[in-house]
Design a protein around this ligand. Structure first.
Ligand code: PLP
Length: 398
């Protein structure tokens, strides 16, 4: 059996996305900035896509800027909010410890330029506390950036309440909603969001296209210098086929949001219940505030990498944490932020599902993972050492 369970890293393109992209690649080759008919044709299509994306977020089309990826949208939003803050002498930013590196590395760069950043701790459940945010806000705070839902452990933050608090204090609120858009309801008005990043390839659109939502009251300037595209704010000829595919994928996801979330959560819950049966295992993240598709576990006494390789041999594509940190031997900053010791964070497994997965696949995962964990533990000196200290080693080993 083959199971793709790494949808938080990227998703397969939907039929709707391919069907929007293919004719665009054949016919819509005009440059949308050109005045002739081929240009106008591409420009109309672009306007349609912008309106579709805006509708899905309850935004207006002029608040949507297409970008090359989610990372670019994060870099742009945070850098611009910081620049706007500095203009008013405000150089303090609030974020948290489990953000994606697109956010964390942008903040590190701003710190080198003299900005001060407060990283709110997340509790054991991976959720930011509103009281702690309220206490961290200062007169010189110019931006709060907290992600909508986490890509490694799936925790969903109290975005609407965070947004309300920021609005009350006159502070800009940006959210990295790359894992949320297309998977759960996101409404920039109801959720009090000023700036939001999204990425196509996390909801069945192609890779290499994303968008930034920026409320019209925010005096956004360009991040990429160049031509007059995206109302002069983002130079570079628009990737028409990819943008149209993203709009189609998003419209489809939003139209089936509830049924997909119900289907995916049912698979997620079955996985969690099954994996909990493995002795000395731990489900990471919040039991209540959790994205539909993300399951994160730690298994004591084994290395996450060995587990992944063995699962790959069994036809299961999973991840140990974030794809962006694979290849480095450090445990994930997200798992460490939950307070897990290094040796436990090392034995992590992330399974991320989409509506394309099936219950049969979940059953197959539940057959394979316990078996592989047991075999790896039998070869692990660390595990043998742990067994010696246990009260009921027989139960743990079987
Ligand atoms: C994937 C991801 C990104 C980066 O998006 P790209 O389009 O791959 O650059 C940013 N934030 C989160 C939470 C993500 O999951």
């Amino acid at each position: 059996m083959f199971v793709y369970a790494d949808n938080a890293a990227t998703t397969a393109m939907s039929r709707a996305a391919v069907e929007a992209m293919t004719p665009a690649m054949h016919q819509l080759y005009g440059n949308p900035s050109s005045l002739h008919q081929k240009g106008r044709e591409a420009n109309y299509a672009l306007m349609g896509a912008r309106e579709a994306v805006a509708r899905c977020l309850n935004a207006s089309a002029r608040e949507i800027y297409f970008t090359g990826c989610g990372t670019e949208a994060d870099n742009w939003a945070i850098t611009e909010a910081a620049r706007l803050g500095a203009e008013q002498g405000k150089r303090h930013i609030i974020s948290d410890t489990i953000e994606h590196h697109a956010v964390l590395h942008t903040l590190k760069k701003l710190e080198k330029q003299g900005f001060e950043v407060t990283y709110l701790p997340v509790h054991e459940d991976g959720v930011v506390r509103l009281e702690e945010l309220a206490a961290a806000l200062r007169p010189d705070t110019c931006l709060v950036t907290v992600m909508f839902s986490n890509n490694e452990i799936g925790t969903v933050q109290p975005v609407r309440e965070i947004g309300a608090l920021c609005r009350e204090r006159g502070v800009l609120f940006h959210t990295d909603a790359v894992q949320a858009v297309g998977h759960m309801p996101v409404d920039v008005e109801a959720d009090n969001i000023d700036m939001l990043s999204l990425s196509g390839h996390k909801f069945h659109a192609p890779k290499g296209v994303g968008a930034l939502y920026c409320r019209k009251s925010v005096k956004l300037k360009n991040f990429i210098e160049g031509g007059a595209q995206e109302r002069g704010r983002r130079g570079g000829t628009e990737a028409i086929p990819a943008i149209l595919a993203m709009a189609a994928a998003l419209e489809e996801s939003c139209a089936h949001l509830e049924e997909n979330a119900a289907k995916v959560s049912a698979m997620r819950d079955k996985l969690i219940a099954g994996l909990r049966q493995i002795p000395c295992s731990r489900c990471n993240g919040s039991p209540d505030h959790r994205a539909p598709g993300i399951v994160s576990f730690c298994f004591e006494g084994i290395e996450g990498e060995s587990l992944l390789l063995r699962l790959d041999l069994a036809g299961i594509c999973a991840s140990s944490g974030s794809a962006c940190t694979s290849g480095s031997l450090d445990p994930s900053h997200v798992l460490l932020a939950l307070g897990l010791p290094h040796e436990i964070a090392h034995g992590s497994l992330r399974l991320s599902l989409s509506a394309y997965n099936t219950m049969e696949e979940v059953d197959y995962i539940l057959e394979q993972v316990p078996q592989v964990v047991r075999e790896l533990r039998q070869m692990s000196p660390v595990w043998m050492h742990m067994l010696e200290k246990m009260e009921d080693p027989y139960r743990a080993a079987n």
